[in-house]
Design a protein around this ligand. Structure first.
Ligand SMILES: [Zn+2]
Length: 127
């Protein structure tokens, strides 16, 4: 386990512990691949659990400082990520799209929640 908090959580919730371990393994695998962001929908498929359950687990990892939520602003017509924000409040109502070359408002935009993996950085800091 990469963190004491996760260990404690797993001890208190033995029925969830195998999924905590699976998610920890998956996050480690992602960082080994040089992938910095976890997509909850994809993680849910990897763990064979629902996306809601995955988000529940991720909140434990977030408490443990291993991941941070990021809100990605996506151009709907092209599926391109235009920006990444720490909170919903930071997201602009309108944005000049550098892919379409047009100004987009809420109609053309979608917000995806992803989790930035901070585990590697934390490990470096501890080393
Ligand atoms: Zn666009």
């Amino acid at each position: 386990m990469p963190s004491k908090k996760l260990e404690n959580f797993s001890r208190r919730n033995p029925q969830v512990a195998p999924y905590v371990q699976k998610l920890a393994d998956y996050i480690r695998w992602l960082s080994e691949q040089g992938i910095e962001e976890l997509v909850p929908r994809v993680a849910a498929v990897q763990l064979s659990i629902s996306e809601a359950d995955t988000l529940g687990l991720l909140s434990v990892f977030q408490d443990a400082g291993l991941v941070e939520p990021r809100y990605q602003l996506v151009c709907k017509p092209t599926g391109s990520v235009l920006g990444s924000y720490r909170s919903l409040k930071e997201i602009p109502d309108e944005i000049e799209c550098n892919v379409c070359g047009k100004k987009h408002d809420a109609e053309d935009l979608r917000v995806d929640l992803v989790f930035k993996i901070t585990q590697g950085r934390a490990a470096d800091a501890a080393a």
